[in-house]
Design a protein around this ligand. Structure first.
Ligand SMILES: Cc1cc2nc3c(=O)[nH]c(=O)nc-3n(C[C@H](O)[C@H](O)[C@H](O)COP(=O)(O)O)c2cc1C
Ligand code: SF4
Length: 433
């Protein structure tokens, strides 16, 4: 169940030309990147912003926030005379996700080109690439060394490295690190677009979001929308883990059937019990996932979310109670310990789910877990506590029979040796394609 693969499968979607993945192996250098149209001169930042708006590009870091809205807000501050900053968020705190590390290691120029375009659209003279993966940092530094000075013009680009951590990728934590502080989220407001790096309006965007900008610049909004659905345009990078298979990275057009993804991944539908969506953040979904398409609107209807595109598969050999308990124990260890509701709440939910897994929970424990999964939502400074409530609530709603079996200490899957991974579905190693 735990993905400990050292080999990463990287594959594009049949009949959909990739925009983010590439077929050649190894790190793409400056000559390769410009040879396929990279770093195209930007004559009209406002015209590109209009195209980004029309493209409907949504953030790929987890919240699916419209990119054009963020660009306009920070850009407006710039037009009113404020200094502005852009940050490429490549920290990738989700253990079950590998897409950002893959992009930074293999296509650093694509990310830098997106960062350059974003900086031009908001008038930023300072740009940062925020990473925790040492190989990714090296790839970006080397790429920066290859780029002629005129490409970034007056904009400086710095790489800021941070120790990996679940909350280190949250946007206010990223800003805090760049400002010289600890990798811990701060209360909002102010949000980074209001007051970020150095106290000025700051655009923090996921590296995959930025990596879509060169495509929109080169081909326009209409071409961007030729893949995907009206509400979820374009393609997305999906990290698929679980089911005892090596982890895989796919570029998928939004709206593709989940059943097709299973085929591409080499799995039979009748072996699938459900999924853990969006890394650890968007909760569990039962076998209803088999009949849906992979886009924000369809996954939201199931009460979950695509999040950062990480999809971990639970087979009929996996127990959702044990998976949920492991994820809650992870949140209990990884929360930033700043908000009482979060560190007490994740500890309490982890203890209740652990007792359920171990067959020692009572009806009262279950009642408390149910109540916490509702009342604790929205209570922390960042959304980590929300992630913990989603996994607890989704376990109870999506897998009531597994919960009932555990209450009766009668789960065949867990009876011998219950699953207890510290970091379930972690993608431990990234190899070049
Ligand atoms: C606990 C937590 C962890 C997060 N970790 C990451 C991360 O590792 N990488 C990332 O891009 N966004 C992460 N986010 C989302 C960021 O706060 C922010 O929304 C995102 O970087 C914005 O980029 P986007 O609009 O391009 O998605 C995290 C959010 C939360 C609440
Ligand atoms: S909600 Fe949790 S993880 Fe987020 S800042 Fe507060 S204690 Fe830290």
């Amino acid at each position: 169940m735990n993905s400990t693969a050292t080999e990463l499968t990287v594959a594009t979607w049949p009949s959909c030309l990739p925009r983010l993945l590439r077929s050649s192996t190894g790190t793409e250098d400056y000559a390769d990147y410009t040879g396929t149209g990279g770093y195209q001169r930007l004559d009209g930042p406002d015209a590109l912003l209009d195209q980004v708006d029309l493209s409907g590009l949504l953030g790929r870091g987890g919240a699916a926030f419209p990119m054009a809205t963020k660009l306009r807000t920070v850009g407006d501050a710039g037009r009113r005379g404020s200094e502005t900053v852009v940050v490429a968020n490549g920290e990738e705190g989700e253990p079950a996700s590998v897409k950002d590390r893959w992009l930074l290691r293999n296509r650093p120029h694509l990310v830098l080109d997106g960062l350059r375009l974003a900086a031009e659209m908001v008038g930023a003279r300072r740009a940062y690439v925020y990473v925790s993966d040492a190989h990714a940092a090296t790839a970006v530094e080397s790429a920066l060394g290859e780029v002629p000075a005129e490409v970034f013009g007056e904009t400086t680009v710095d790489v800021v490295a941070v120790q990996p951590g679940y909350v280190a990728g949250e946007e206010t934590a990223a800003v805090r690190v760049i400002n010289g502080g600890p990798a811990k989220p701060t209360d909002k407001p102010p949000r980074p677009f209001e007051e970020g790096v150095g106290g000025v309006p700051t655009l923090v965007s996921n590296v995959e979001t930025l990596a879509n900008l060169p495509y929109i610049h080169a081909h326009g909004a209409q071409a961007f929308r030729s893949a995907g659905t009206p509400m979820s345009p374009g393609t997305f990078l999906a990290t698929v883990t679980g089911a005892g298979r090596p982890a895989a990275l796919y570029e998928i057009p939004h709206g593709a059937p989940f059943s097709e993804l299973l085929k591409l991944h080499g799995l039979a539908a009748d072996t699938v019990k459900g999924v853990l969506m969006g890394g650890y953040f968007a909760g569990l979904v039962n076998s209803e996932i088999l009949d849906v398409t992979l886009d924000h609107e369809s996954i939201r209807r199931l009460g979950s979310g695509l999040g950062c595109g990480a999809i971990s598969i639970l087979t009929t050999q996996d127990c959702p109670v044990a998976v949920a308990a492991s994820v809650l124990e992870y949140f209990d260890r990884e929360n930033a310990g700043q908000c009482g509701s979060c560190f007490n709440g994740t500890a309490a939910m982890a203890a209740a789910a652990g007792a359920l897994r171990d067959g020692t929970a009572t009806d009262e424990d279950l009642g408390r877990l149910q109540r916490w999964s509702v009342v604790l939502r929205g209570r922390g400074a960042c959304a980590t506590l929300d992630g913990a409530t989603f996994i607890a609530a989704s376990l109870l709603h999506q897998f009531p029979q597994a919960v009932a079996r555990h209450l009766g200490n009668d789960c065949d899957t867990c009876s011998d040796n219950a699953f207890r991974a510290q970091r379930p579905y972690e993608v431990e190693a990234v190899v070049h394609q």
